[in-house]
Ligand binder design. Structure first.
Ligand code: CO
Ligand code: ZN
Length: 328
């Protein structure tokens, strides 16, 4: 599992450029799937089972990154964020452009809080010899680190969700339901891949698998979510209120299997579940969140047990017999 996570997190795939990660995932799930297809926006749609409830499980493939907006006469690259990039995480960091060029992020003195006053140094001395041009996209460059029971990487958001979905598919073997695992594109810039794939799949129930903030660091926000205390069952975020029946289904399933869980109310941000919920005439949705420290930094941290328990919970949910869905 760790080896796969290392590959997933170190693969280059900022929003809109998910080709590389899609091929890594496709190779992994090929022997496990009943049907695989890719839609026009690049979503990788994987079906398992036939009949029963149509359940869409979404984990986004894309990661936040930056895009070159201008190269000055001295070969310094100006840039914008792609997705929720925070300037405080940038200075001294490295990025890798789509053509392989690596750059270091620097800033003007005294203007360390403004992305507009930052630049990327790719080792060029003029605009002419700069290997990067306006419109070139880049991802953050940082290796996966194993700290024992805690794992750190860039793009843990949401490659850890991708890993949970893959491992649940592996563990599932068979299901009484028609499950669509969707590895979505462009989540970080407005859950766009989930919007189109949910329209096409037309599910009865939607589940997003994504990270949430772990509020157990010094002076963190007040939130009942910490690392190592189990998957977080989302009640609400700033874009979505989970269907209470889905929340109940998740909680009951966790309790029956003695899987620890936490109840998540997240002040900012949302997930693919928002787009699934509002697809066509509407879909009851929920979200399993993997608690994560330093979300949207190049060092996102998760806990091994939370990951394993998320796989367990998702697998059990997908095995639910039709008589046990209640009013869903
Ligand atoms: Co994110
Ligand atoms: Zn995410």
């Amino acid at each position: 599992m760790k080896k796969l996570l290392k590959t997933l997190t170190e693969t280059f795939s900022p929003s809109g450029y998910e080709d590389a990660i899609r091929e890594v995932i496709r190779k992994e799930i090929k022997p496990l799937a009943d049907e695989i297809r890719v839609d026009a926006l690049g979503n990788l749609i994987v079906r398992k089972g036939k009949g029963g409830k149509r359940i869409m499980v979404a984990a986004h493939m894309d990661e936040i990154g930056i895009i070159a907006s201008h190269v000055d006469d001295n070969g310094f690259v100006r840039f914008e964020g792609v997705g929720g990039v925070m300037s405080r995480h940038l200075i001294g960091g490295r990025v890798r452009f789509i053509n392989g060029t690596v750059g270091v992020i620097g800033s003007q003195r005294g203007k360390e809080n403004s992305m507009e006053d930052m630049f990327i140094d790719v080792g060029a001395t003029s605009k002419k010899d700069c290997p990067v041009k306006a419109g070139d996209i880049a991802a953050f460059e940082r290796p996966f680190t194993d700290m024992g029971s805690r794992w750190v990487a860039k793009s843990m958001d949401d490659r850890i969700g991708v890993l949970v979905a893959i491992e649940a598919l592996r563990a599932l073997k068979s299901t009484p339901n028609e499950v669509y695992f969707v590895f979505t594109t462009q989540e970080e810039i407005g859950t766009r891949g989930a919007t189109t794939s949910a329209f096409e799949i037309n599910p009865d129930i939607g589940i997003a698998i994504d990270v949430t903030i772990s509020a157990d660091t010094p002076q963190a926000m007040k939130m009942d979510v910490g690392l190592g205390k189990g998957p977080a069952i989302k009640i609400k975020d700033s874009g979505m209120i989970s269907d209470p029946r889905v929340v109940q289904w998740m909680e009951k399933t966790a309790e029956k299997a003695k899987i620890p869980y936490q109840r998540e109310v997240l002040g900012g941000g949302t997930t693919d579940a928002r787009s699934i919920q509002m697809a066509r005439a509407g879909v009851p949705v929920g979200c399993i969140s993997i608690p994560c420290r330093y979300v949207h930094s190049p060092s996102e941290m998760v806990d091994e047990n939370d990951v394993k328990n998320s796989v367990k919970l998702l697998t059990l949910l997908l095995k639910t017999e039709s008589k046990n869905f209640g009013s869903l």
